[in-house]
Each structure stands twice: as C-alpha cells, then as structure tokens.
Design a protein around this ligand. Sequence first.
Ligand SMILES: [Fe+2]
Length: 363
Amino acid sequence: MATDLPSPDEQGTERAGVVLLCQDFAANLAFFTETLGFRVETIHPADGPTHASLIGHGSRLFLEIGQDQSLKIRMSIATDNPLFGQTLTAPNGSTVEFVNAKPGLVIEPLVSSLVVDHVVADGSSQVGRAGMLYRDLVPGRQGGAIIASLISIAEGGPVPDYVHYHDVLFQLIFCRSGWVKVVYEDQGEPFILHAGDCVIQPPTIRHRVLESGDNLEVIEIGYPAEHLTNADPTMSLPNSEINPHRVWEGQSFIRHIAANAKWQQLSTGVESTDTGILTATQGLTDVKVIKADATSTWKQETIQPLTFEFLFVLEGDAHVSTSNNGEHALANGSSLVIPPGNSYTVKHDKESQILKLSLQAIK
Ligand SMILES: [Fe+2]
C-alpha cells in the first residue's frame, strides 16, 4: 500500500498518539501523571497550560483543552498491581481499564462433535492475516479448543509476512499442494515445504513465511483455537543460532519431508508414515499420513476421551463408517472430525492419501 506519510525520523520528531480533550486541564493532567504514571513530554503555554503531550506505558497522549469526550483507554499492568481489573474515570470522562500485561493462554475445554467438511467451491474462504485465504474446516471449533484451516494462495510470489510467533500449545503446518518457503528460529537457512511435507511450530518459535508458489494449499491446525500472533521486530531470520534440538515449552521443532518418509504397513495395501510429531510433542499429538491402494481398508480402534480425531483427504477418497456417528463419504479435499467413543473403518475406492491427526486435549 502506497503512503505519503514520512517514516519516523531519527530525532523522533514524528509523533503519533491519542488526543484527549478536557475542560479542567490541571485536574486531568494530575490524573494522567500522578494517578496513571504518565510523564510530561511537552507542555505549553508555560503561563497557563492548555496542551501537553504525555508518554508512558508504551503510549503517547495529547491532552488539550476542548469539549469533554468519553474515550476508553486500555492499560496493561501486572496482575498483582492493586489496579488490576479495575476501571478508573478521568475528570474529562475518559475511562481507563487495567488489563493483564501478559495474558496467558486460555485453554477452552474440548467439546467434541462430528464435523464433516465437504469441499465445495462456495466462496466460504475469508481473507486472513498476510493476505492469505482461510477456509474453516472445523466451524464451531470444538468449543474453542481447535482451529483447523485450509489456507490457500492462488498466485505465488513474496508473502507479506513478518517475524512472529504464536502463543499456542500445538500448531501443525501441512503443505497439501504447491510449495511455500519458510524460515524458523534456530533452524538455519530458509527451506521449502513441498506437497506432503509438514512442520510443527512449537510454542513461541519465531518464524516467517517468505514466498509461495502458485496454488499453494496449507492445512493449519492449532490448539487452542483462539491464540495470539505476536510480531517480533527484534529478531530477523534466519538467525545465527542453529539448534535443531532446542525445546520450546516441552516441544521440539519437526520438519517432516515426504520424499524421505519411511512407510509401515497398516493393513493390506495400506501404509502409514510417522512424522515424529508424537515424540516431539511428548504425546500431545500424533500426525500420520496414510497411503492406501484402491479398494483397500483400514481400521481405527476406539477413540479415547478428550481426543480430537481429524481426517483430511489429501488425495483420492475415503468412506468412513463410524461405530456411533454414521457413515461419511469424503471426496478429495474433504475432512472429518470423529468424536471420542467411536471406532471406525475407512474404505478407499481410489488410490488415496489421508492426513490423520489425533490430539490429546488437556481438558
Ligand atoms: Fe505463524
């Protein structure tokens, strides 16, 4: 996007902030400086101030004489501060609410239900972060526990991303088609995920999407569904540290390369590849790719309580018969969430590939 605005200069004379109007300048100045701890940056005129710029708490306020306006200011403070959770009202009517400076992860309990997502060209994708199209594969999000999206970029090129990280317990990025160039903290030079490749993004690992080919499709699964994406302008990637075995909150980074996969027979004509994610997440999530010949069958034993069981048809088809929740015919590109308590059988008419994820929710 073009802009004619100057960039902030080195002397810091370019300033932005919120204008707060008031009638009683002295009373409001005292409130913002003495009660809230802002400091005066500039003030004028000296003989009877009507304007001040105040800085503090990562913000700048311009306090000026004018018609009172009600404005809400949100200030982050430590939770042991006595003001935490309170709301103060300034003399000019503005309210100041005090919120958690470091909100922790809110883990919603898993509310299991059967979800079938049949692939249709219904335009249900929406534009998300960094200009990518998102299709919600699990509407309702199992009570807020899980988000599963099919993210697509039709026209390849540089991706307008920045170094960032997520406050999550689990995050899988699985490349379904096309390619995408990514870079991860402590993992060396940027690399390309091709169709069938995947990574897990351990909690808070810094990363950046750099570039994609045409018709990229990525399946992203996150736990919990709602989580913060935090920009990190202090880090540039690749960084000089190379530490593939680093552990972030109990998880190590996994890059699974489909071309190097080792396959194990599951049943006649059906093979499965382990991505190493179950070990890397200490049992939190198992991610497998299942490769099945035409007219083959495989079975899954009873799904344990608090398990999010997800199938996505990467290629071919799948006819899923569940013990408690009916039969479901899935075409290429469709997905299914099967609630705990079910066992199920999958039959394939065509040669198929299935992404199978089992996540053990913590509540
Ligand atoms: Fe990300």
